[in-house]
Design a binder for this molecule. Structure first.
Ligand SMILES: [Zn+2]
Length: 328
């Protein structure tokens, strides 16, 4: 019986993986990073035709009219290290733009209209194209007319164009219209309980692309409230002195109204030196929060401190971080 079941299951899988009638390209993941580790998916395609927002999973990980997938790095330091953007499918380079500086849009005096920043467009034939935006200045290593295979390097994740954090905005188009790669052309999102929507992704990309309703981008223990601008938040200032405040901060994605967050700081002997819980009244796609305490009059006891942050939705922890700090 078990064998019969396995056989019919694998036949069903084969049917699902057959190429669709519109010859859509099978898409590999366009960045050499591991989602949930070295990079995060911050925004998906908006499926709400009105002023609202709704991602393919009927969640809120999008903004009104967002036509692509935002794959972000955690820190500016990661951007400087360099994360490679690759062709998602075989094709030919249609056009490129380079020369735009890696400057947060929040720091610009005036928008220059080049929202995509440094970008590459690849033609995959049969009216399918992919676009890779916000690339790092000077990183594009392909030229128009060049043939590419899946996984060929095209540039690095950057901060050019209309963006406040280092990320790749990845757009898939069919006949000029944006297509959600988690859904496919002409299909409707199913809001499926199965969080691994395959859409146009290759079978090897799918296991990494499970739907994550929330995530911690970065955070840690520090002696001061970190800068509000994302680009100025790293490296986090570490607590150095027993006389300074001890603050646990977090930069997260997908916090929602009604979520509960807990900040806990644990001292060298395992004792809780600070704890704060609150209910989030108004979350959003980006969530920056912190909680901490002044040093006691006698100073913090020296040793290793642990900061723990948890974001809860109902009974489930949807995002968390644990971070160490040392007070001498
Ligand atoms: Zn985007």
């Amino acid at each position: 019986m078990m064998h019969a079941f396995l056989l019919s299951f694998s036949l069903a899988m084969a049917a699902l993986q057959a190429p669709p009638a519109d010859a859509a390209p099978a898409l590999g993941f366009p960045v050499e990073c591991v989602v949930g580790q070295s990079c995060l998916i911050q925004k998906l395609v908006d499926h709400d035709p009105g002023p609202g927002r709704r991602d393919y999973h009927c969640g809120l990980l999008t903004t009104n009219g967002h036509d692509g997938i935002d794959i972000r790095l955690r820190t500016m330091a990661d951007m400087r290290t360099g994360f490679t953007v690759v062709a998602a499918a075989p094709g030919t380079v249609l056009r490129i733009r380079d020369g735009e500086a890696d400057v947060s849009v929040a720091e610009r005096t005036a928008p220059n209209g080049k929202d995509a920043g440094n970008a590459v467009v690849i033609d995959h034939g049969n009216d399918w194209q992919t676009q890779y935006s916000h690339l790092r200045q000077g990183s594009i290593g392909v030229r128009p007319g060049q043939p590419l295979a899946t996984g060929d390097r095209i540039g690095l994740i950057g901060l050019s164009g209309n963006t406040e954090f280092p990320h790749l905005h990845f757009t898939v188009r069919y006949r000029g219209e944006a297509v959600d790669p988690f859904v496919g052309a002409g299909a409707l999102p199913r809001c499926s309980a199965d969080s691994r929507a395959s859409g146009l992704w290759t079978p090897s990309a799918v296991p990494m692309l499970g739907y994550q309703p929330a995530a911690v981008i970065t955070g840690g223990l520090s002696a001061a409230v970190p800068a509000k601008a994302v680009t100025e938040r790293d490296p986090p200032p570490a607590p150095v002195s027993a006389q300074e405040p001890l603050i646990l901060w977090v930069d997260a994605i997908g916090a929602r109204e009604g979520d509960r967050q807990t900040f806990t700081i644990i001292g060298p002997k395992g004792q809780i030196v600070h704890e704060q819980q609150s209910v989030i009244a108004d979350g959003g796609l980006s969530w920056f929060a912190y909680s901490g305490k002044r040093a006691p009059a006698t100073g913090w006891p020296s040793g290793r401190y642990v900061g723990r942050y948890a974001l809860r939705r109902g009974d489930a922890v949807v995002a968390r971080i644990e971070s160490n700090g040392l007070i001498k």
